[in-house]
Design a protein around this ligand. Structure first.
Ligand code: AMP
Length: 114
């Protein structure tokens, strides 16, 4: 999608600190981290958010969680704890409308979230 910032990162039009990529997904360092580990994992395919998912995307979402677990282990935070966050629309604070999953770790997170 032409105006999408994550599509532009995928195509190389906008620079990003890529930490992982495969045929289905890309993971980058968040430009404004809110935790010592703050990565974003998103599919190469432009999907707006969870409301735009279809049964054929089920394996993709499972894959994203496996990539998140892999990255948590790689960063050494898996055992201590990490959070995977997916914001959908305004009240949740979604600001980039290309589905993505935040991998947050390296500090204690409160519950309920703010
Ligand atoms: P959300 O608010 O859930 O839509 O998350 C979007 C995230 O994308 C925010 O945490 C932003 O800091 C991050 N972000 C926006 N633009 C970029 C960029 N060019 N490179 C890396 N992260 C970005």
């Amino acid at each position: 999608m032409d105006s999408c910032i994550f599509c532009k990162i995928i195509s190389g039009q906008i620079p990003a600190r890529k930490v992982y990529e495969d045929e289905l997904v890309v993971a980058i360092e968040d430009i404004a981290p809110v935790a010592p580990v703050h990565l974003l994992i998103f599919p190469r395919r432009h999907i707006v958010n969870s409301l735009d998912l279809h049964p054929e995307n089920n394996a993709l979402i499972g894959h994203i969680f496996q990539v998140a677990a892999h990255l948590a282990k790689e960063r050494g935070v898996a055992d201590k704890g990490f959070r995977i966050v997916n914001n959908n629309n305004a009240d949740a604070g979604q600001s980039v409308f290309h589905i993505h999953f935040h991998l947050l770790a390296g500090r204690h997170f409160n519950w309920p979230p703010g």
